[in-house]
Ligand binder design. Structure first.
Ligand code: FES
Length: 165
């Protein structure tokens, strides 16, 4: 009788240890998986590409000028009527960085020679659509560009421009 009780008790201890191992391993893999998810998920970094970027005061951008904002990877293109576009530097053909060529008065992609005007519209080359734009708002007197939410478009429309008022 005493031996049976002892055997039963040892078995339940073995079961307990088995469960303890299973729970520990589940916790370990769960934490590892969570760490991997956190590592790979897109981050909204304030002040840098992927988050909200302060471009500067509207009066810093003269009508007709195209200015590069490096930390946000976009250009501020100020239209002649005062409207502002935040154009993503990424070519809509295969993703190359598109420089603004002041000497040409246009964006000229170095990879396959797509050309875009100040509004980001395609004027030549294989790009299938205009440069993407980012939403622009005014906060504390500065233009704030939301680089987390690029907007793809088929053509330029004046309603896409931001007017600081
Ligand atoms: S990536 Fe710009 S034209 Fe091909």
């Amino acid at each position: 009788m005493a031996a049976q009780t002892l055997k039963k008790s040892a078995l339940s201890r073995r079961e307990f240890l088995g469960w303890a191992w299973a729970v520990s391993l589940a916790g370990l893999f769960g934490q590892g998986g969570l760490g991997l998810f956190q590592f790979f998920k897109p981050r909204a970094v304030s002040g840098a590409f992927g988050g909200e970027v302060v471009a500067g005061a509207p009066e810093e951008f003269k009508p007709g000028a195209v200015s590069y904002v490096r930390q946000g990877r976009f250009y501020i293109s100020r239209l002649e009527d005062g409207g502002l576009l935040a154009l993503w530097q990424r070519c809509t053909h295969l993703g190359c960085t598109v420089p603004w060529r002041e000497d040409e008065g246009q964006f000229h992609c170095p990879c396959h020679s797509s050309l875009f005007n100040r509004q980001g519209e395609v004027t030549g080359g294989p790009a299938p659509r205009p440069l993407d734009i980012f939403p622009v708002s005014l906060k504390d007197g500065n233009l704030v560009v939301d680089t987390q939410h690029p907007i793809s478009r088929k053509r330029f429309d004046p309603s896409q421009a931001f007017y600081p008022g």
